[in-house]
Design a protein around this ligand. Structure first.
Ligand code: SF4
Length: 231
């Protein structure tokens, strides 16, 4: 398995739970603002961590940990993800999946088999801006729509989220995103933050005041709308 990162304890990645985080390498998107450039662009240059080592650690820490966050990269590209998650669930741990929503088949399998307890799915932008936002000319919009519909069925807790940059998002994009996810349980505006490992540096975030205005526009579309990442 292409596991290239393992954080033994975090309070940030699985909100409300003490969790460990597993990072899968590789992604089918190339979002220019992605802050995991090494995982996405050169996963093979990072040391691989055997899954047995991770399962052993989780076993030893299962009295301490409540859950595991599975992230990347894009974890649903990993052959064997379902079986791996089954092994984690067998330890009695909750599982949160972070996904870009491009793989509704895997998402559906995980949902139908009760293998995930929380899903955080990126909705990168309004449909017309998807290509520029994910850095790809081929856009899996049908897959994104299917994944959104799967989560709207309320089989598990979930959130939709958008990393917001001034260069890629205008306030009117959020009305179109809102229409796409209408009726959602939760939607988060994540303010862009520059980091050392970003794919294409130079993006900027909106101010708190501007994000508050976008937040107000989104209130009709989801039960909970919040802003993350602004001090
Ligand atoms: S932000 Fe997510 S979907 Fe985009 S390239 Fe990075 S890991 Fe892939």
């Amino acid at each position: 398995m292409r596991i290239h990162g393992f954080q033994k304890t975090t309070l940030l990645d699985y909100p409300g739970h003490l969790a460990a985080t597993i990072f899968f390498g590789g992604c089918n998107f190339l979002c220019p603002f992605c802050h995991n450039a090494s995982l996405v662009l050169y996963p093979d240059s990072l040391p691989a961590i055997p899954k047995e080592e991770i399962l052993d650690t989780l076993k030893k820490r299962k009295g301490i940990l409540e859950g595991v966050c599975i992230t990347g990269g894009e974890p649903t590209l990993e052959v064997g993800l379902t079986d791996f998650i089954k092994e984690i669930k067998a330890l009695g741990l909750l599982v949160k999946l972070d996904t870009n929503g491009s793989n509704p088949l895997v998402l559906k399998e995980l949902l139908l088999n009760g293998l995930v307890d929380y899903v955080a799915m990126d909705v990168k932008n309004s449909p017309d801006k998807y290509s520029a936002t994910i850095g790809k000319s081929t856009i899996p919009l049908k897959n994104i729509s299917e994944s959104i519909k799967l989560l709207l069925m309320d089989k598990v807790d979930y959130e939709f989220r958008t990393t917001v940059t001034k260069e890629l998002h205008t306030p009117s994009d959020f009305i179109l995103i809102g229409e796409w996810i209408k009726g959602a349980k939760a939607y988060f505006l994540q303010s862009y933050k520059e980091s050392e490992d970003v794919i294409s540096p130079g993006f900027h975030s909106y101010s708190r005041k501007e994000l508050n205005e976008i937040h107000l526009m989104l209130l009709p579309y989801a039960s909970k709308v919040e802003i993350r990442g602004v001090d």
